[in-house]
Design a protein around this ligand. Structure first.
Ligand SMILES: [Ca+2]
Ligand SMILES: [Ca+2]
Ligand SMILES: [Ca+2]
Length: 450
């Protein structure tokens, strides 16, 4: 168990090659982005010095050629820790995958928290570089994590550039037994990682919803779509942007054409040994599907299977397909919201991100009985009835009982009613007595003086 080295410390230590370091990306980071590089504790002045040293270390050797061009940072050098520090991004490794987590500094053990899983969409084949890039997923959600008690997780799902395997998109080859383990069933690896993490958080005294928030854009949106389709029972709500230009669907055929994975779930029986029967569970999961109307990232391109001709059954462009598929799902009873962003190309804009946050907030704050406790707080924390504001019928609401420290599930236990009409006279009587006694003593004093 070692403390994480910052990426920049590693740069300095290992004389990382320029090709491994994206200077433009680094310079585009604001200081908040330095959070996850463990520079958070440094003063602004020291941060600027580090920035200077990093640039100095990169620029000067470029001229002097004193850096070995192929030297790489070993991922083991900055892998970390088993404990659960709060307020900092932590990198771990399980199941053969690196993963980042962020437990908010504001997280209180008496509160319910959600895991927000956002997968990387970076087109980076080098797994170490991809690991560093994946921290950006954590970074952009830190304010909302602090405000809403979300625990952030990004598992670094590998990307394979010849695209025989496409684990970020849980493609067909993810299921084949001949697939190398690194690319095989990334969804199951993520499930194992998250189950263990939730168990560790629970053991540390936190209450974490067993259903998580899943978000992603582009390849990350494909992940959000396909992961949610395969494991809807683990998803509280899912937000998927662009999603590779079309959605994997929970249906076996469309207009007489069999839809095999990932177009549909027709052949999941042969791929997984179990036919797909999760449609009804999936209908319970709120899904937010979004795309810019100028986004054509996958309009003229489709990875291996299905080919462009095959996906055209849903429309000719990415936005057109997502809208048609969303409408199909809505008509079939799925809880899908679709939003088109005018004038936006293949970009995860600030407006989209804000809408995703608002979407998650609207789901996690649902309070069906209006008693001031969310449905999930009632289910996970208090075991009260989310559809009855006074579960035990003792005349005091669940919310008031929680806040006043009585048992909302025991009608014999309720707050002692502080009855102002009986208490006020008692208090008045006490004051009056004190005043009268003081007055009489005062009188006696004056009398004696005379
Ligand atoms: Ca409630
Ligand atoms: Ca009650
Ligand atoms: Ca009670």
């Amino acid at each position: 168990m070692r403390k994480a080295n910052s990426y920049f410390t590693l740069l300095l230590k290992s004389k990382i090659s320029v090709s491994n370091f994206n200077l433009k990306r680094f310079l585009s980071l604001d200081f908040e982005s330095l959070y996850y590089y463990n520079l958070r504790g440094l003063s602004m002045v020291r941060e600027k010095i580090v920035l200077f040293i990093v640039i100095f270390t990169l620029i000067i050797p470029m001229g002097a050629s004193c850096i070995e061009s192929n030297q790489r940072v070993s991922i083991n050098e900055f892998i970390i820790t088993d404990n659960i520090p709060k307020g900092e991004a932590v990198l771990r490794s399980n199941e053969g995958y690196n993963w980042w987590s962020y437990v908010p500094e504001s997280l209180q053990k008496q509160n319910l928290s959600y895991i927000l899983l956002e997968e990387s969409h970076a087109q980076i084949e080098d797994y170490e570089d991809l690991t560093i890039d994946a921290a950006l997923n954590i970074n952009k959600y830190i304010p909302v994590a602090e405000a809403k008690q979300y625990i952030l997780v990004t598992v670094v799902i590998p990307r394979d550039f010849d695209e025989d395997y496409y684990p970020q998109g849980i493609n067909y080859n993810s299921f084949r037994s001949s697939t190398p383990d690194f690319y095989y069933r990334p969804d199951l690896k993520v499930n194992n990682i998250l189950s263990e993490f939730v168990a560790n958080l629970t053991a540390a005294g936190y209450t974490v919803s067993d259903k998580m928030l899943v978000a992603g854009f582009s390849a990350g949106g494909m992940w959000a779509n396909r992961y949610t389709l395969l494991h809807p029972e683990r998803v509280k709500a899912a937000a998927m942007g662009q999603a590779g230009g079309w959605l994997a669907m929970p249906i076996t055929e469309f207009n007489g054409t069999a839809l095999n994975w990932p177009m549909g779930v027709n052949d999941l029986n042969s791929l997984t040994g179990t036919a797909y029967t999760k449609q009804e569970v999936l209908k319970e999961v709120p899904q937010y599907v979004f795309i810019g109307d100028q986004d054509t990232a996958s309009t003229y391109y489709s990875i291996l299977y299905p080919n462009l001709e095959e996906i055209k059954i849903w429309g000719m462009t990415d936005s057109n397909r997502l809208e048609n598929q969303s409408n199909y799902l809505i008509d079939a009873g799925y809880n899908v919201n679709f939003k088109l962003y005018p004038g936006i190309a293949h970009s995860y804009t600030a407006e989209m991100l804000n809408d995703v946050k608002a979407f998650f907030d609207s789901i996690t704050t649902i309070d069906s009985d209006g008693d001031g406790l969310t449905n999930d707080e009632e289910l996970y924390l208090y075991e009260t009835n989310p559809d009855n504001p006074d579960t035990d019928g003792d005349g005091c609401s669940d919310y008031d009982e929680i806040n006043l420290g009585t048992d909302p599930n025991n009608p014999e236990d309720y707050p002692e009613t502080s009855n102002p009409s009986s208490e006020t006279p008692g208090f008045t009587f006490l004051i009056a007595t004190v005043v009268l006694i003081s007055a009489s003593k005062f009188t006696i004093f004056f009398r004696n003086k005379r």
